[in-house]
Unconditional design. Structure first.
Length: 299
């Protein structure tokens, strides 16, 4: 992915999307450019750009136009700079947006509550997937946040275009989360996502050689960068433990993150630290939601 994320085995590529009618078009263009740089097959690129178009279009139609009234005259909103969140070196680092991705003029700073486009990989070998998510600051739907493939009729209020996403993606869903851009100003919202399998030639990645203490420290930093305070960490011989909100205990040992919520056990390899952090942010937000939502890992 060149400057916007050359190695998705260890990074999450992030972009701010414009809060106007160009939102879907910009998301489509950014994702297409990223997947072309990865060398993915043309048919897979076509399906992914079609799917992200539907996600971003729904955000604009059902969130941005509801919360951000339009004003006369041409919009000055431009897509914000791309950001790379390395998994093994730091919780956040920025890079300049590429010439191909830039709009004329200097991009404005990322506005609070702007939609965001996220792209990262999860899983290993034949289970490896590329995950694409569109974040928005709207917490709805509040009564049920699906985390697995869900019939499209349950999302008709968000547009029939999600039927297309269901048909194109290996998995898709929606969950509570927090924004990634904006640093300490991370805000609550939700992400609608889809995942597609990676070709065998691009699926293998060696796991990072992290000790339990290193993995716990990095995960704690990533969660703190998403606005989750008060995480405690304890390090023992061969095992480290994080405790979130005094209720969620994450064990780091044998190159694996492990936790249990409502009888469901989750296990993620250290090399899946991006997905691990996203799942824990989701659980944290569900703990804060009302009414409480029964949590389990995405598939």
């Amino acid at each position: 992915m060149a400057e916007t994320g050359a190695d998705l085995a260890r990074e999450c590529a992030l972009w701010a999307l414009p809060s106007n009618g160009t939102c879907a078009g910009v998301a489509r263009r950014l994702l297409r450019q990223a997947l072309e740089r990865m060398g993915l097959p043309d048919d897979q690129i076509y399906d992914a750009t079609l799917a992200v178009n539907e996600l971003a279009a729904n955000v604009y139609t059902h969130v941005l136009t509801r919360t951000r009234p339009t004003t006369p005259g041409p919009s000055t909103t431009t897509p914000g700079p791309s950001t790379i969140a390395p998994d093994a070196s730091s919780a956040r680092a920025t890079s300049s947006i590429t010439t191909a991705d830039a709009s004329p003029g200097i991009p404005d700073p990322t506005p609070a509550g702007a939609p965001e486009l996220w792209l990262y990989r999860r899983g290993q070998n034949e289970d490896a997937q590329l995950v694409c998510k569109v974040f928005d600051p709207q917490r709805e739907p509040r009564t049920r946040i699906p985390t697995q493939v869900t019939p499209a009729h349950e999302f008709q209020e968000h547009g029939r275009g999600l039927t297309i996403v269901k048909n194109l993606a290996a998995n898709w869903g929606c969950h509570l989360t927090r924004s990634r851009l904006g640093g300490s100003c991370s805000i609550p919202g939700k992400a609608v996502w889809f995942a597609m399998p990676l070709p065998p030639w691009s699926a293998h990645r060696p796991p990072p050689r992290l000790t339990p203490a290193q993995a716990a420290h990095l995960l704690q930093s990533m969660l703190a960068a998403r606005g989750i305070p008060g995480i405690t960490r304890s390090d023992e011989w061969g095992q480290s433990t994080l405790v979130i909100r005094n209720t969620l205990k994450v064990r780091c040992q044998n190159a694996t993150f492990t936790w249990t919520t409502n009888g469901f056990s989750a296990h993620y390899a250290f090399c899946d630290i991006t997905e691990t952090a996203e799942q824990l942010v989701r659980l944290h937000e569900e703990l804060l939601s009302s009414p409480p939502i029964h949590a389990h890992a995405e598939e």
